[in-house]
Ligand binder design. Structure first.
Ligand SMILES: Cc1cc2nc3c(=O)[nH]c(=O)nc-3n(C[C@H](O)[C@H](O)[C@H](O)COP(=O)(O)OP(=O)(O)OC[C@H]3O[C@@H](n4cnc5c(N)ncnc54)[C@H](O)[C@@H]3O)c2cc1C
Length: 386
């Protein structure tokens, strides 16, 4: 029998499985409905030797030294500083908007004037929320804020979330930053890398342990049932007295009895092209044109050499749990949905041996480093509780 059952083989499930197997020397079963490990971080090499991220581009970046140290046991790293370009009015400009973007959009003279004003008012090296610029008495700065809102932020947000301009949360708009610097990097974390042999290889290493058994292509619903009266977990029809660590969708665990937790999904269209290079940056955003939000050119992450290239266009759309072709990508957080999540969470809390961890179980957008950190913390808690 197993001491722990873990639903989901993404980072949340895999990190905790690895810790339990290695440190506690206990037996773990992982149940995963996909035909591979790694959850959303799964990648593979295609026939041209290019590493493809099946569920969209994944860049490892963190300020958590413990997460970096932990993951380094399973991979070597290639330094990578992520830069994103936005295609605006036929120009490719650095995103988030900064002083270099300014120079691409405006004439040399105008860009100089606005840069000077930004630096004088807010200081070089700062990030100014767009709302502050909108409130400025200076006509140029106000116009700049309006330009960024209209051309960089508004349409991208509408596409990404499937909403109209009046549904855009003013609090989110207010926080859109303008960077008063010439630093084009998208992230500023202390550790920024790509795993040399890809993410999937990390999962293979983490989970190849005699204490870990993995069932792929298996939905937990076929093996696990909850008895809501007795507050007990049943595995293959028998009471399971070990611990269940659940990283799947919390609403699915309770058969959606209070309703569905809404997500945005993505249709990702891949294209192999007989050319060495398709675009300038690894990721280029299209806020104002086309139905897709961005194009990723995968070979650029690892500087992989090939006469071919592979790109992916991301088309956002609504998630429907009944459609097996769709994945729940981004939780749609608002007061009502958070309340619904809390309702499910309080159901889980009545089961003494169920623990939630991960982006689906906690209904939050987490980066990889957050979920790894959360899993390491959950492991510590389990150890403390004995
Ligand atoms: C488009 C996109 C780009 C991203 N880019 C980055 C990035 O650049 N950097 C970064 O740090 N983070 C990025 N992330 C976030 C990253 O993907 C997540 O942090 C990470 O995948 C979360 O891991 P997880 O284990 O919690 O969830 P997942 O990886 O989703 O794993 C959950 C697992 O549970 C399984 N499961 C679900 N239901 C069942 C069921 N019924 N039965 C059995 N198994 C089930 C799923 O199949 C899945 O394998 C990105 C996310 C998206 C959507």
């Amino acid at each position: 029998m197993f001491d722990y059952i873990i639903v989901g083989a993404g980072f949340s499930g895999s990190v905790i499985a690895e810790r339990i197997a290695n440190v506690l020397n206990k037996k773990v079963l992982i149940i995963e409905k996909k035909n591979h490990l790694g959850g959303h971080c799964y990648d593979f090499k295609n026939k041209n030797g290019i590493t493809i991220h099946k569920y969209g581009p994944h860049i490892f970046h963190t300020n958590f030294e413990n997460v970096y140290t932990y993951l380094s046991k399973f991979t070597e790293w290639k330094p990578y500083q992520h830069k994103v370009l936005g295609v605006i009015d036929g120009q490719k400009i650095p995103i988030p908007f900064n002083l270099n973007s300014l120079q691409k959009i405006f004439s040399e003279e105008k860009a100089k004037v606005i840069s000077k004003k930004l630096i004088a008012n807010y200081g070089f090296g700062t990030n100014v929320p767009i709302l502050d610029l909108l409130k400025s008495d200076d006509k140029d700065l106000k116009k700049l804020a309006e330009f960024i809102y209209e051309k960089v932020f508004k349409n991208y947000t509408m596409k990404q979330w499937g909403i109209t301009p009046d549904q855009i949360d003013p609090a989110v708009t207010a926080r859109v930053p303008v960077s008063i610097s010439n630093d084009d990097r998208y992230f500023h974390d202390k550790f920024q890398f790509m795993p040399v042999k890809g993410y999937s290889q990390i999962f293979d290493k983490m989970l190849s342990h005699k204490n870990i058994e993995i069932l792929l292509n298996t939905n937990f619903k076929d093996l696990i049932k909850l008895d809501e009266n007795l507050k007990q977990v049943f595995f293959k029809g028998k009471i399971f007295t070990g611990q269940l660590i659940f990283t799947g969708s919390i609403d699915e665990l309770f058969e959606y009895k209070f309703g569905y937790l809404p997500y945005r999904s993505l249709k990702i269209e891949f294209e192999n092209l007989p050319e060495k290079e398709f675009q300038t940056a690894a990721v280029e955003n299209y806020p104002n044109d086309f139905d897709f939000t961005r194009i990723t050119e995968f070979k650029k992450f690892m500087n992989e050499q090939s006469d071919f290239t592979t790109i992916a266009r991301e088309f956002p759309l609504s998630y429907n749990p009944k459609n097996d072709d769709l994945n729940p990508y981004y939780p749609i957080r608002n007061i009502d949905n958070d309340k619904l999540f809390e309702k499910y969470k309080s159901e889980v809390e009545q089961f003494p041996n169920i623990f939630l961890v991960g982006r689906l179980a906690e209904y939050k957008y987490f980066n990889m480093d957050n979920v790894i950190n959360n899993s390491l913390n959950l492991f510590d808690k389990l150890v403390k509780n004995g």
